[in-house]
Design a binder for this molecule. Structure first.
Ligand code: HEC
Length: 129
């Protein structure tokens, strides 16, 4: 009688242990999945947390530096004109970036409005006199 009880308890213990191990493995996966979906949703809504937080220098390095040389961003692209010497206002640069010009692609829709104005004011302040 006692032996049988022992056996039942042992099986119960193993089942509990197996369940705990299963939860241990499944838990993080479930949590990670949750985090992931929240992360992409948040990223879709506001890539930089708040609209005013776009970093013009980073946007330039990621989207413009392959074509444009600009010392302030340490880029050395040769496709477009060297921007070190240009004296355009932020508004003029913004409209070039939005609409593209010649061989330069339009960035309207590729970058957010906040990113475009951030990169335009970065170039305006980093270039020319
Ligand atoms: C695929 C290469 C390419 C990329 C990427 C590119 N540009 Fe250009 N950009 C050009 C070319 C080529 C011109 C010259 C267009 C013309 O006038 O025919 C130009 C012109 C310009 C001008 C005008 C310069 C002047 O002297 O009038 C500015 C300002 C400018 N680009 C800023 C940017 C910014 C900011 C970005 C990133 C958001 C960017 N470009 C991305 C190729 C590029």
């Amino acid at each position: 009688m006692l032996k049988r009880l022992d056996k039942t308890l042992a099986i119960g213990c193993w089942l509990t242990a197996a369940l705990l191990v299963l939860m241990l493995f499944l838990g993080p996966a479930v949590v990670a999945n949750d985090d992931d979906s929240q992360g992409t949703a948040a990223a879709g809504a506001a890539p930089y947390g708040k609209p005013a937080g776009a970093d013009g220098k980073k946007v330039f390095q990621g989207n413009c530096g392959s074509c444009h040389t600009l010392s302030a961003a340490a880029t050395s692209g040769q496709v477009g004109p060297n921007l070190d010497g240009v004296s355009l206002s932020a508004a003029e640069i913004e409209s070039i970036v939005r609409g593209g010009r010649g061989a330069m692609p339009a960035f309207d829709g590729k970058l957010s409005g906040a990113e475009i104005s951030a990169v335009a004011s970065f170039v305006a302040s980093a270039s020319g006199p």
